[in-house]
Design a protein around this ligand. Sequence first.
Ligand code: 13P
Length: 253
Amino acid sequence: MRRKFLGGNWKMNGLKSGLTALLTAVIQQLKDLATVEVAVFPSDVYLESMGNLLKAQHSAIALGGQNHCDHEEGAYTGETAPGMLQDIGCRYVLLGHSERRHTFGESNRVIARKFALAKQHHLIPVLCVGETEMQRDIGETEAVVREQINAVVNEVGINALAKAIIAYEPVWAIGTGKIATAEAVQEMHAMIRKHLANSDHDIAQNIQIIYGGSLKPQNAKDIFVLPDVDGGLVGGASLKAEDFTALAKLLAS
Ligand code: 13P
């Protein structure tokens, strides 16, 4: 039985006071929710203070980084080392988010190296994959996603995915209000699971595959009930305590 997972990717939004109020409300509203694994992904700048707040409230909500460097340490100005995320109390890290791939030009190769480092530092990678609108239009969706996954499997081996999450986030659905249809989401999640099963059946069955892209309490119901969907990765709606906690409760129901 796969555990449900809900991640709140806050991206580069908010300031300390507002984010503290947001997290305080989320902690309060989800304190009795034990069946869903919930994590928040603040900017690096606020990881420590958000982590301290979670600890002070004895919250089960986990902390994750939005990215880390593809090098261990050293002269990489402006970057964050994977060991720093671990040191500050992160359990998860997002890797290969579409904004990293498309705005910052991260290749499959770089993301695979980051994945290897995350595992070395005992972080649970949330590997984000997904096609652009153009790739979908020309029928390349499955090939693109398979390639994004293969790059990681080739680098670290299939066993490294035993403790990892895959987030299927079609690029055209992120921040656009356009959500993929339930059929398309189920088809892609099943395809990903089947693809992994070619390498290891148990890992494919046990890995959590979550959906991301314009999730809101109003549209998530049809997605969360799909057999191969194990939760969600939420951007915009994670910045509103009411919406994010409603999504968590929906997932638990
Ligand atoms: P939105 O929920 O704002 O579409 O963002 C999704 C996302 O990028 C989560 O990582």
